[in-house]
Design a protein around this ligand. Structure first.
Ligand SMILES: Nc1ncnc2c1ncn2[C@@H]1O[C@H](COP(=O)(O)OP(=O)(O)OP(=O)(O)O)[C@@H](O)[C@H]1O
Ligand SMILES: [Mg+2]
Length: 380
C-alpha cells in the first residue's frame, strides 16, 4: 500500500486522512501531541516536534513515504527541500511549502508576480516597528511572520498600540524568528478564499469562491458560493492561477483575497493545502476540498467538481478561559433542523478559543442557529 506521511494532524488532516483511507492509502499521522484528530483515523501515528530538523529527517527515513503531505506551517521546511532533491514527493511542492511557511516570503513572491497586496514592511525590533507603522498609515495590522489562525495578530492606530502589538506578536510567534509583518489595514467589503486546484500536468481549476468572516484573526463562519461579480471572479482566478503555477507541484490551495467596495481584489495569503474556511465544501460539493486534495496529490485524475447546493459552515469553539477535559452538549437539538450536519474534531483537551468542531448547513443563518445550540463545557 502506498504511504502518506501527514505532517500535522488537526481537523483538516483528519478529513484528508478519511479521503485518503477511502482511496486505499496507508496514512502515518504526525503532530506534536498525542490523540490529535487525524491520528484517530490514520493507520499509525508519530508524536514529535516537526520543527526539529533531525527528528523530522529520521521520521522520513524510517517510513520512506510515497507522499509527504504538510497540513500545518510549523515544519522544518529546509528538510523538505532536501528530501525532495533525494527523490521524495512533497505536496504540493517543497517550494510551495517553504514559501508559505513564513508570511514574508509568500508576500514578496505575490508582489513580484504583480499581484496587488496591502502595503507592508517587516520589523525585527520594537523601534523599527514603530517607524514602519508610521510610514504605512494610520491603521495597521501587525502579525508574527510565522503563525496561523490569527495567533499574535492585532491592529494598531497609535504608538502605544503598536508597542502592545509588538509584544503580542512576539508571544504568538511560532518558531524562533523575532520578526513581524506590519500591513496597511484594508477596509475591505468582504473577503474570500478561492480554492484553486493544480494538477500534476499543470492544469488549474477552481471551486466556487467561499466567503468568510474572521474574528481575532480566526475564521468564524464561511459560505459558498460567495456573491462575487464576474470581474472579481476573473481577477481572483487569474491571480490565483499565477500563484499556484509559480509554486508548482500538485494539490489544492486556499488563496485568500480581500475585495474592496470598488471590486478590486487584494491578495492576502495562501495555503498550499485545504483551507479551514473550505470545510463548507463537505456540505456543498460532490467532492470536498479534502477529496480533491487526495485525488490530485496522488496524481489521480480530477473528477468533475460540482457545487451541488449552496451552504455555510460555522465553527464550534471553546471559550476564552477554557482548558482541560470537556464535554459537548446540544448536538441533538442542533440536528432538529434536518438540513444541519456537523463534525466534532475529537481534540484531546480544551484551550482558549480552540476550534472543537464545525456545523454545516444550507444557509448561514441556519448554521449560526445550530452552532449556538452546541455548547462546549469544561469538566469540573
Ligand atoms: N491588512 C489587513 N487588513 C484588514 N484585515 C486584515 C488584514 N490582515 C488580516 N486581516 C484579517 O485577519 C484575518 C486573518 O489574517 P491572515 O489570514 O493573514 O492570518 P492567519 O493567521 O493566517 O489566519 P488563518 O490561518 O485563519 O488564515 C484575515 O482573514 C482578515 O479578516
Ligand atoms: Mg488567513
Amino acid at each position: 500500500m502506498k504511504k502518506i506521511l501527514l505532517l500535522g494532524s488537526g481537523e483538516l488532516g483528519k478529513e484528508l486522512t478519511i479521503s485518503l483511507k477511502r482511496m486505499g492509502y496507508y496514512v502515518i499521522a504526525c503532530d506534536a501531541y498525542e490523540k490529535a484528530p487525524a491520528m484517530q483515523v490514520s493507520d499509525i501515528s508519530e508524536v514529535f516536534n516537526m520543527l526539529d530538523r533531525e527528528k523530522l529527517k529520521s521520521i522520513i527515513d524510517k517510513h520512506k513515504p510515497n507522499f509527504i503531505v504538510p497540513e500545518v506551517e510549523a515544519i522544518q521546511t529546509e528538510v523538505l527541500i532536501e528530501v525532495e532533491k533525494d527523490g521524495y514527493t512533497v505536496i504540493p511542492s517543497a517550494k510551495a511549502v517553504n514559501l508559505t511557511m513564513n508570511r514574508d516570503k509568500i508576500r514578496d513572491r505575490a508582489k513580484s508576480l504583480g499581484l496587488k497586496t496591502a502595503n507592508y514592511a517587516y520589523a525585527e525590533t520594537e523601534e523599527a516597528l514603530i517607524l514602519e507603522a508610521k510610514k504605512i498609515g494610520s491603521k495597521v495590522a501587525i502579525k508574527p511572520v510565522m503563525s496561523s489562525s490569527g495567533k499574535g495578530q492585532s491592529y494598531a492606530t497609535s504608538e502605544d498600540e503598536v508597542k502592545k502589538a509588538w509584544n503580542f506578536a512576539i508571544d504568538g510567534m511560532r518558531g524562533n524568528r523575532q520578526r513581524v509583518i506590519v500591513e496597511e489595514f484594508i477596509d475591505f467589503d468582504y473577503e474570500i478564499t478561492l480554492l484553486t486546484i493544480l494538477e500534476k500536468n499543470g492544469k488549474v481549476s477552481f471551486c466556487e469562491p467561499i466567503g468568510h468572516y474572521q474574528q481575532r484573526g480566526d475564521y468564524q463562519y464561511s459560505w459558498q458560493p460567495a456573491k462575487c461579480s464576474k470581474k472579481v471572479i476573473q481577477d481572483a482566478q487569474e491571480a490565483a492561477r499565477k500563484m499556484v503555477l509559480d509554486l508548482g507541484g500538485s494539490g489544492i490551495f486556499g488563496v485568500e483575497f480581500f475585495i474592496t467596495k470598488s471590486d478590486e481584489i487584494i491578495f492576502s495569503e495562501l495555503s498550499p493545502r485545504p483551507h479551514d474556511t473550505g470545510m463548507v465544501t463537505m456540505y456543498t460539493q460532490n467532492y470536498s476540498q479534502f477529496d480533491i486534495h487526495a485525488r490530485v496529490l496522488t496524481g489521480m485524475p480530477l473528477p468533475n467538481i460540482k457545487l451541488l447546493q449552496p451552504g455555510a459552515s460555522h465553527v464550534i469553539i471553546a471559550n476564552e478561559n477554557a482548558s482541560g477535559d470537556y464535554f459537548i452538549e446540544g448536538i441533538e437539538d442542533a440536528l432538529s433542523d434536518t438540513n444541519v450536519d456537523y463534525r466534532i474534531f475529537g481534540k484531546p483537551v480544551l484551550k482558549p478559543y480552540r476550534r472543537m468542531g464545525v456545523v454545516l448547513a444550507d444557509t448561514l443563518e441556519n448554521a449560526k442557529k445550530a452552532a449556538n445550540k452546541i455548547k462546549v463545557s469544561q469538566k469540573s
